[in-house]
Design a protein around this ligand. Structure first.
Ligand code: NAI
Ligand code: MG
Length: 502
C-alpha cells in the first residue's frame, strides 16, 4: 500500500460495509439503525456504523461488569503481556489504519501515521508502567500499614475525532493496565480505526474487557455517562461537553477526568538565532492537524526586536504551505473534519476581521480538485489584541493569532490571561528566561525550543479550564485506581478500651 491515489482511486483499506458495536468480544447490535462514515474531503460514503443507543450501552456495561472480577484478578504481568501483543498487532496494521484515519477525517497520511506510532507507544508505556505501579506501605509496631491500588471497575470513556488513534490508546491503555474494564464511545466523525482496533482486541483479550459502542454524543454518549454501572468517567473533547460529563459524574459521585480545549501561547524571545527553524516549528505548532488540536500553539507572542523580520518569514511560509488532498504527500494543510467545523473556522475569520484584527495572510476556503466536498482552509495569520475573541477562543482550524511583546512580565500576564491552560511553547537560548517563563506559565505542558513533543511518560493534562487529571504518564494509573488502606497486626492488642471487668 502507498499514498499515491492522486488520481482519486480509493485505496483498498479493507473496510467492512458495516460496523457493529463490539460487545463481550463480539460484533453485535441492538438495532439496525446506522449512520454513515463519510470521507470529508470527497463526500464518499466509506461504511455504515451502528447508531449505538442506550440498549447497546446497557449490553456493553453488562459485559464489562461481568468481565471485571477476573480481569482485575489477572496478574498484572499477564494483563501487560496482552497490551504488548495489542501494540505489536497495531504496529503491524499501522499503515492501513493510518490510511483509514486519513480517509475518515481528512488529515494527511504523514500525520495519521504519527498518530498510530504514538498510540502503539502508549500501549507499551502502560504495559511497562503498570508492572511497577503500587500503593504505599510502612511498618508499624506489631504489624504493617499498607495501601493497595485497586481498579475502579467499568470505565466509561468518550473521545473526540481529531486524533482517534491517540485518543483510543490514551483511554484504553492505562485503564486496562490498571485492571479496569472499558466501555468506549468513539466520535461520530471518526470511529473507523477504533472499530478496526476491536478486531485485534478480539484476538487477544478476554471477552468483555474492552467494549466499543459507536454512536452520537447525546445518545450513546449520554447513556454511558449516566449509566449506574460505570464507576469512572474519562472524556476528551470540548469544554461544553466536558461540563456535561462532569455533571453526570457528580450526579452519581463517580470520578471524572477531563481533557478539554486549549488556546496555548507560543513565545519567541529576542535572542533566537535560527529564524528559519523557528518559522518551521511555529507553523508546525499552530497548523499540525490542520489546527484541530487541543494543544495547538495558537497565540504567538513575538518579541519586538525580531517581530518584523520574523513575521515576514512566517507570512512567506504560510503562503508556501500547500493546501491539498489528504492523500497527496506534498500536502501540508488538508481537510477539516466536517462542514460544521469548516463553517466554525471561517466564522472565526469573519469575527477576527470584524473585531479589527489585521489579516496578514490566508483566511479563505480553498477548492481542491477531486475533493470539492471538503473544507480546506488556508493557513491564516492575524495580528491581534489579546482581548479579541480570536485570541481567546478555541478555533480548531489553521488560524494563528500573533501578538508583539516587549516587557517580560506584561507578556507573561497576557499569555496567562485566557481561560485555558493546556500547553505553552517558548524559544530562547537564555536558560534564565526559559526557567522563569516555564515557572510563570499557567499550563500543563511547557516545551522549550520545540513544540508538541509528547514524550511517553511525561504528564499531559490541562490547568484551568483545560481539564482535570493527567494522561500519558505513570500518574494516570493513579487516576484509574483508588486506594485501599489495609492495616495488619500479628495479634489482637491487649484490652485497653473498656473499664476492667468487676
Ligand atoms: P464534542 O465535545 O461535542 O465531542 C467530543 C465527544 O463527546 C464525541 O465523542 C461526542 O459524541 C461526545 N459527546 C457530545 N455530546 C455529548 C453528551 N451530551 N454526552 C456525552 N458525550 C457527548 O466536540 P465537537 O462538537 O466535535 O467539537 C466542537 C469543538 O470542541 C471543536 O471545535 C473544538 O474547539 C473542541 N474540541 C476539542 C477537542 C480536544 O481535544 N480537547 C477535541 C474535539 C473538539
Ligand atoms: Mg458536539
Amino acid at each position: 500500500m502507498n499514498n499515491r491515489n492522486l488520481a482519486g482511486a480509493v485505496p483498498d483499506v479493507a473496510l467492512k460495509p458495516r460496523y457493529l458495536p463490539f460487545v463481550d468480544g463480539k460484533f453485535t447490535a441492538s438495532s439496525d439503525e446506522v449512520f454513515p462514515a463519510v470521507n470529508p474531503a470527497t463526500g464518499e460514503h466509506l461504511a455504515d456504523l451502528t447508531r449505538g443507543n442506550s440498549r447497546d450501552i446497557d449490553a456493553a456495561v453488562a459485559a464489562a461488569t461481568a468481565a471485571f472480577p477476573s480481569w482485575a484478578a489477572t496478574r498484572v504481568e499477564e494483563r501487560c503481556a496482552m497490551l504488548l501483543k495489542l501494540a505489536d498487532a497495531l504496529e503491524g496494521d499501522a499503515e492501513r489504519l493510518a490510511l483509514i484515519d486519513s480517509l475518515d477525517i481528512g488529515r494527511r497520511v504523514f500525520e495519521t501515521t504519527i498518530d498510530h506510532t504514538i498510540a502503539v507507544g502508549q500501549f507499551r508505556f502502560f504495559a511497562a508502567a503498570a508492572v511497577t505501579h503500587s500503593g504505599w506501605n510502612r511498618s508499624i509496631p506489631g504489624g504493617w500499614a499498607l495501601a493497595k491500588r485497586e481498579p475502579y471497575g467499568v470505565c466509561g470513556q468518550i473521545i473526540p475525532w481529531n486524533v482517534p488513534a491517540i485518543m483510543t490508546a490514551f483511554k484504553i491503555a492505562p485503564a486496562l493496565a490498571a485492571g479496569n474494564t472499558v466501555v468506549l464511545k468513539p466520535d461520530e466523525n471518526a470511529s473507523l480505526s477504533t472499530m478496526e482496533l476491536c478486531a485485534h482486541v478480539a484476538e487477544i483479550f478476554p471477552p468483555g474487557v474492552v467494549n466499543v459502542v459507536p454512536g452520537f454524543g447525546e445518545e450513546a454518549g449520554a447513556a454511558l455517562t449516566a449509566h449506574p454501572g460505570v464507576a469512572k468517567l474519562a472524556f476528551t473533547g470540548s469544554s461544553e461537553v466536558g461540563r456535561l460529563v462532569s455533571h453526570a459524574g457528580a450526579e452519581r459521585l463517580v470520578p471524572v477526568t477531563l481533557e478539554l480545549g486549549g488556546k496555548s501561547p507560543n513565545i519567541v524571545f529576542p535572542d533566537v538565532q535560527d529564524l528559519d527553524a523557528l518559522v518551521d516549528n511555529v507553523a508546525f505548532a499552530a497548523t499540525y492537524c490542520n489546527g484541530q488540536s487541543c494543544l495547538a500553539g495558537t497565540r504567538l507572542f513575538v518579541h519586538d526586536d525580531v517581530y518584523d523580520r520574523f513575521l515576514g518569514k512566517l507570512v512567506e511560509a504560510f503562503r508556501r504551505m500547500k493546501v491539498g488532498s489528504p492523500l497527496d504527500p506534498a500536502t501540508t494543510i488538508s481537510c477539516l473534519v466536517s462542514g460544521e467545523q469548516g463553517e466554525k473556522v471561517l466564522g472565526y475569520v469573519d469575527i477576527g476581521r470584524n473585531e479589527g484584527a489585521e489579516l496578514l495572510v490566508g483566511g479563505n476556503r480553498v477548492a481542491v480538485p477531486g475533493n470539492e466536498h471538503g473544507w480546506f482552509v488556508e493557513p491564516t495569520l492575524f495580528a491581534v489584541d489579546n482581548q479579541m475573541r480570536i485570541a481567546q477562543e478555541e478555533i480548531f482550524g489553521p488560524v494563528l493569532s500573533v501578538l508583539r511583546w516587549n516587557d517580560f512580565d506584561t507578556m507573561i500576564a497576557e499569555a496567562n490571561d485566557v481561560r485555558y491552560g493546556l500547553a505553552a511553547g517558548l524559544y530562547t537560548n537564555d536558560l534564565a528566561n526559559a526557567m522563569r517563563a516555564a515557572d510563570a506559565l499557567q499550563a500543563g505542558s511547557v516545551w522549550v525550543n520545540q513544540y508538541f513533543n509528547m514524550v511517553d511518560g511525561s504528564p499531559f493534562g490541562g490547568h484551568k479550564e483545560s481539564g482535570i487529571g493527567s494522561e500519558l504518564c505513570a500518574e494516570t494509573l493513579n487516576m484509574y485506581t483508588h486506594l485501599k488502606s489495609v492495616t495488619l497486626a500479628a495479634q489482637l492488642p491487649q484490652p485497653f478500651y473498656l473499664p476492667p471487668a468487676a
